[in-house]
Design a protein around this ligand. Structure first.
Ligand SMILES: CC(C)(COP(=O)(O)OP(=O)(O)OC[C@H]1O[C@@H](n2cnc3c(N)ncnc32)[C@H](O)[C@@H]1OP(=O)(O)O)[C@@H](O)C(=O)NCCC(=O)NCCS
Length: 412
């Protein structure tokens, strides 16, 4: 899930690849009204018994719309906050957010904002049509997942975030994906409106960025995952998404941006999943199958955000159970198969991911400042090397190093 900057990347196909075929979705029970009061707790009342479980509710939960409530089954965002900082950031965003709503199959049933503004924002944030999914495809898929996830936990979730004046200021989408070890959330992309979009679209001089909305997107993803995992009776593993390696851009601006975005993702709890061999070599584990016969497989990074972590841990090197990482990566690549990509191409990428996993002793989680740049990684990764030399339009890694260093120093 990234703003793809390489012309080879067809984001629409990638994202479509992670949406599994629909079977009959379970009927979602009517949502319970969420409790109110920042940082309060709510006692869950079940028929015939009183449950002792206490749930956190907060200001952010008061913004959750009726369609989103239907797939949360009473799960609150405050309760899935990864740590106190995450909760604070979500509460900060509640000062800006008026509505956090899932886009249902019938978009006309949303009364609180205009859903088309969400697609305008998406197109604004992803300006290259080759790099985004056609919005009609998203709308068609929403109809399939109108009631939420399938019985096996697989589902597609697309959310819009509106401010208190009912202007859409955020858009995000992702899928819950079952795997051998449990359910995980694959966040495909998300964006928050900037000052230019607010002026151009609504004639308002404000900037919703840097008010914690990305943190709320993570909260919404986590709540969706936990609720869907409970309903489909499987463990919830955490959230994954893609990000470009630092340096994978065509010019100074896009190269510098890869570094900044990695940093923002890291501050919001994401770390890069990397294999580590017994000798201590870092092995990048992401490989997207070639999408067409004349394109190449694409190497990005896969990021992981656990459901809970101690504040500050996101800035330290961590580790995850290798079986969990393996299970998510293989379920992720398998979805390209379900989506109908050429078996030969998916099998080739899967074989490469499996061989990389076989070389690794463990899977480490790297904060942004420990992630080697693309030129360093390319030394031991032929596919990344080819990708990088094409993008920089240089002949070897020595020239790539110069290009990268100059780009990072350039004033943009
Ligand atoms: C990336 C993006 C989603 C961030 O959204 P946001 O709501 O502004 O992020 P938050 O306010 O939750 O900030 C998250 C962290 O990143 C930091 N941050 C956010 N934007 C930053 C910036 N431009 N420069 C420096 N730090 C920044 C925040 O300070 C915060 O860190 P902290 O918690 O340690 O203070 C938004 O900039 C965007 O939509 N960009 C374009 C689309 C895109 O790149 N999407 C990425 C995923 S596909």
């Amino acid at each position: 899930m990234e703003l793809k900057r390489t012309s080879q990347v067809d984001t629409g196909r990638i994202n479509a690849a992670l949406n599994v075929d629909a079977v009959q979705p379970p009927n979602a029970p009517a949502a319970k009204k969420l409790g109110v009061g920042m940082g309060g707790t709510e006692h869950k009342q079940a028929i015939g018994q009183v449950e002792t479980e206490k749930r956190q509710t907060g200001a952010i939960d008061q913004t959750v719309g009726v369609h989103f409530q239907k797939v949360l089954f009473g799960q609150t965002l405050a309760d899935v906050a990864a740590n106190p900082k995450h909760l604070r950031k979500m509460e900060e965003s509640a000062q800006v957010i008026g509505y956090l709503e899932r886009l249902p199959g019938r978009l006309g049933s949303i009364a609180t904002f205009k859903p088309n503004q969400a697609f305008k924002l998406y197109e604004y944030a992803f300006p290259n049509p080759d790099e985004r999914e056609p919005t009609q495809d998203i709308k068609d898929r929403l109809k399939t997942y109108d009631k939420g996830a399938n019985a096996d936990g697989s589902g597609f979730f697309s959310l819009a975030i509106a401010d208190k004046d009912r202007h859409v200021i955020g858009y995000t989408q992702g899928s819950t994906v079952p795997s051998d070890r449990g359910l995980f959330f694959y966040w495909q992309y998300g964006c928050v409106a900037d000052q230019e979009f607010m002026k151009k679209s609504y004639g308002v001089d404000s900037n919703p960025r840097e008010h914690g909305i990305l943190n709320t997107i993570h909260g919404a993803n986590a709540a969706t995952l936990v609720a869907t995992a409970k309903e489909s009776k499987q463990p919830a593993l955490g959230m994954i998404w893609e990000s470009e390696p630092r340096g994978l851009g065509e010019d100074a601006e896009s190269i510098q941006f890869t570094g900044k975005r990695l940093q923002i993702h890291n501050q919001a709890g994401g770390r890069v999943m990397m294999g580590m061999t017994a000798e201590g070599e870092l092995v990048n584990l992401h490989l997207q199958p070639r999408l067409t016969a004349d394109s190449e497989p694409i190497a990005l990074h896969m990021m992981f955000r656990p459901l809970k972590y101690a504040e500050g841990d996101e800035m330290k090197r961590g580790e995850m159970p290798k079986a969990d990482g393996e299970s998510m990566l293989l379920a992720w690549v398998d979805n390209f198969r379900r989506e109908g990509f050429a078996e030969k191409d998916v099998a080739e990428a899967e074989a490469e991911i499996r061989s990389r996993l076989a070389r690794t002793e463990k899977i480490v989680l790297l904060p942004a400042n420990e992630v080697p740049d693309a030129v360093t990684l390319a030394k031991t990764d032929e596919l990344l090397k080819k990708q990088l030399l094409d993008m920089y339009d240089v002949k070897d890694l020595g020239a790539a190093r110069k290009f990268y260093d100059q780009a990072m120093k350039a004033a943009v």
